[in-house]
Design a protein around this ligand. Sequence first.
Ligand SMILES: Cc1cc2nc3c(=O)[nH]c(=O)nc-3n(C[C@H](O)[C@H](O)[C@H](O)COP(=O)(O)OP(=O)(O)OC[C@H]3O[C@@H](n4cnc5c(N)ncnc54)[C@H](O)[C@@H]3O)c2cc1C
Length: 453
Amino acid sequence: MTTRTTTKLGKKAIVIGGSIAGILTAKVLSDFFHEVVMIEKDIALDYPTIRKGVPQGAHGHALLKSGEEILEKLFPGFIEELLAAGSVASDFSQDISWYHHGSWKVSHYSGIRTVQQSRPFLEYHLQRRLKMIQNIQYIDGAKVLQLLTTENHSKVSGVVYQDLEGIVTELEAEVVVDSSGAASLTPQWLSKLGLPSPEKTEVKVDLHYASRIYQSLSPIENKWKGLLVYPNPPKQTFGGGIYRIEDNKWMVTLFGYGMEKPVTTAESFLEHAASLDHLPIYEAIKNGIPASDVSVYQFPKLRRFHYEKHRQLPNGLVVIGDAFCRIDPVFAQGMSLSALEASALQSVLVQCQQNQSLNNISKMAHRGFSKVLMVPWLIALVEDFRFVHTRGKKLFGLSVIQSFIKKVVLACAHDKQVYEQFISVLHLKAHPVTLFSPKVLKAIWLKSSVKEE
Ligand SMILES: Cc1cc2nc3c(=O)[nH]c(=O)nc-3n(C[C@H](O)[C@H](O)[C@H](O)COP(=O)(O)OP(=O)(O)OC[C@H]3O[C@@H](n4cnc5c(N)ncnc54)[C@H](O)[C@@H]3O)c2cc1C
């Protein structure tokens, strides 16, 4: 991944949106362009905070191993910096207690270390590193309004943005990357140019989130640094998690699929925690001291745009992160997907450099992203279709896959090796096909008589 280049591919690239996908993209582009301009509509502050443009920042954000490793490659020494600043290191299979589909995972030391922190803390530290890169210009408090293209729309040529004083500016560039998240305006911008909107696939889940930070927990004895009670569908559709973050605080996130009465108040937050299949989250917070109000978030559907199939996309336009695909947040894949996509973009840029041409950059990038998305999308859909109210196109052979995965989950309750393999798949480090290995099949077969709850 260290691809410092001497001859640059182009003069200028623009990145729309300065969140996780935008930061990682800007870092990647900075090796290939003389100048990278990142335009972010929020004002940048010099401390971690929940921003208007990233309201999900108030909710639990776990960083998967695949994402962590890419952050470290792009910004060497970053994980140690996070830990020195207050992130919490935990052994995933020992320090996190996890109740999943009716069983607790086998607790053991695996050496699979993850780092825990709040989302604003992570983003702030990434931004700090980005600002040290000389050829990246950061324009904050400015909203991109429009795409600029060549006359026949075959190529992107820049953007139009407006700052807080209302001043409108045109900025030229050879490459424009849209990393503006779920609110991406690229489909509308394409329509305004008279081009087709990208095809999209949506899966309706009606997911509700409610989160609260605690200064301290009830005086109970607990050995964990994190605890997750996953719903047990189709009967139980609510879940929750709690994990330690920076400043000795605790992030508590509750969620429910298809909830008729979403959590909105401090009282309903506690009631919801008490309604889970197991009570450790409720026990931990019932006499705890909150450090924030309850924040809520509604996530109606998963959505992926098929830019990889778009035949008239202006070359030089790339759509990444949540703007490309918004996946079920319960599986904690979004930031890591952005990182995997940034890494795929890096490979595409290396290829462009070999060809000395940006001619196919959009096609190659979107094909790369759609490849990266195959496994996370599969994981999310297999799990989301366990809830009866989920609506969308089902995968072929879904019930067979679901039944097999449930058996793997049950084996994770007693077999350390199976659990470690399962973690690798969930952390997007190994392909799900590795779950069909002889050791996993043997563990399933040995315990086939274990009763499911
Ligand atoms: C409730 C919830 C919980 C989640 N939990 C996890 C988790 O545990 N782990 C995980 O990995 N992921 C999680 N995610 C997903 C994660 O938040 C995103 O995938 C990740 O932030 C990458 O998003 P992004 O950078 O593409 O977009 P965003 O983070 O949404 O950022 C978009 C940025 O673009 C800016 N912007 C928007 N429009 C414009 C414009 N026109 N001009 C200029 N700037 C603009 C916004 O201000 C913002 O800064 C969760 C998501 C939700 C909703």
